[in-house]
Design a protein around this ligand. Structure first.
Ligand code: GLU
Length: 397
């Protein structure tokens, strides 16, 4: 995991990006960088290997600006070096981009479209910003060039792109990697995680896979890759900045372990009424009753949580429960029972392997229930049913 953050508008961009990156620190990363601009061709790019504090140490107090993008990197292609750290720039330096994910056809793109380009590092990401630059050089508008690039790029990505010649706009797109818009008064933001924006706003807008968003300080336009505009309502998130503080605990892990009894009480309150009767959505109960087998699909700790529930669930539902590791089922779905119910467990609701299984389950018409901590997350949106964990933000990883 890594993270991206961007802001355009009437705020101090450096301050917002740096505090956003600090909030994303828990996701793990090896290097970080920001690009901030105060006007046409007045951008500054600073990168550093190591912690956000190392990046902060390189940033002068005079580096303000009103538009910027930032990144914490978890290297997948190329060493964790300053050269490979994001943001990356196009051949002429006009376009600047951050990316979270993996571009699967980057070598092919390099060969087909960028044979005369000079790439500085070894990342898959750099080809994306060079590709946009190349298409603009060929005469396309920025939005057309970005759309064309997005139709060519395969893999997972959350992108934020800035044109140094038009610093009042941020172009954003996503596929399979998490990304969310934050709406403000006179500014707009984009980030991998709502937590990194809640100091500024609690008003958010989802971006779905293969959507492109154009952000200015007072407008947000969502469209598909053909350019058709998409209507999307915003929502207010019930997040509390104090939830993500450590309080008096030395570590988040201790805090989150200690919070378990409180979370259990919250869960019981959420799913029972005053007479201790279960208040789970009757549609979910019906789906469980109709299933001849329950398949729990998850990854890592969520898989173990599912495993721990197996015998309990079997007794409770009188239905066989089978466990699956999402990364394996995504590539090789076993023979299923006649009336399966898939249960996806994911803290973030964004686990890519679990999503892959859910996409297949949806294609096969299999009903599904996502158990997650994050309302509005991808797995929650795409499953037939959702049950929330009410555990508060998970910071310890
Ligand atoms: N694949 C990109 C890289 O290696 C982005 C990795 C990330 O998501 O941090 O630079």
């Amino acid at each position: 995991m890594c993270g991206i953050v961007g802001v355009v508008g009437n705020k101090n961009a450096t301050d917002i990006l740096m505090q956003g990156l600090e909030k994303l620190e828990y996701r793990g990363y090896d290097s970080a960088g920001i690009y901030v601009t105060e006007g046409v061709n007045q951008g500054r790019l600073i990168k550093s290997v190591g912690r956000i504090a190392d990046l902060r140490a390189k940033i002068g107090i005079d580096m303000a600006g009103y538009t910027g993008i930032g990144h914490t990197r978890w290297a997948t292609h190329g060493q964790p070096t300053e050269l490979n750290a994001h943001p990356h720039t196009s051949e002429t330096g006009r376009f600047v981009l951050v990316h979270n994910g993996v571009i699967e056809n980057y070598l092919q793109i390099k060969e087909t479209y960028l044979s005369n380009h000079h790439l500085k590092g070894e990342t898959d990401t750099e080809i994306a910003v060079h590709l946009v630059g190349e298409f603009v050089e060929q005469g396309l508008s920025v939005i057309e060039a970005f759309k064309k690039a997005l139709n060519i790029i395969e893999g997972s990505y959350a992108f934020a792109l800035v044109d140094a010649e038009d610093p009042d706009t941020i172009y954003v797109a996503k596929n399979k990697s998490p990304l969310l818009i934050g709406l403000g008064d006179g500014y707009n933001m984009v980030c991998s995680d709502a937590m990194a924006m809640i100091r500024e706003t609690s008003e958010f807008m989802e971006i779905h896979d293969k959507e492109l968003v154009v952000l200015t300080k007072d407008s947000v336009s969502v469209m598909d890759y053909e350019g058709n505009s998409v209507e999307r309502d915003s929502y207010t998130a019930e997040l509390d900045l104090s939830d993500i503080g450590k309080g008096t605990y030395p570590y988040y892990m201790l805090k989150e372990i200690d919070e378990q009894p409180t979370v259990m009480r919250k869960l019981i309150t959420a799913y029972t009424d005053d007479n201790n009767q279960v208040t789970v959505d009757s549609e979910i109960i019906k789906a469980v009753q109709e299933a001849d087998r329950i398949y729990i699909l998850a990854a890592g700790t969520s898989y173990h949580a599912g495993f721990a529930s197996k015998s309990f669930l079997e007794k409770l539902t009188d239905t066989p429960v089978e466990l699956g590791i999402a990364s394996e089922w995504g590539y090789n779905m076993p023979l299923l029972s006649k009336k399966p119910l898939f249960v996806m467990i994911s803290q973030s609701g964004e686990t890519a392997d679990s999503r892959q299984v859910l996409v297949k389950a949806n294609q096969m018409g299999i009903p599904s229930l996502t158990i997650t901590n994050v309302p509005g997350s991808t797995l929650s949106r795409e499953a037939t049913y959702t049950m929330l964990l009410h555990a508060g933000p998970e910071i310890a990883v």
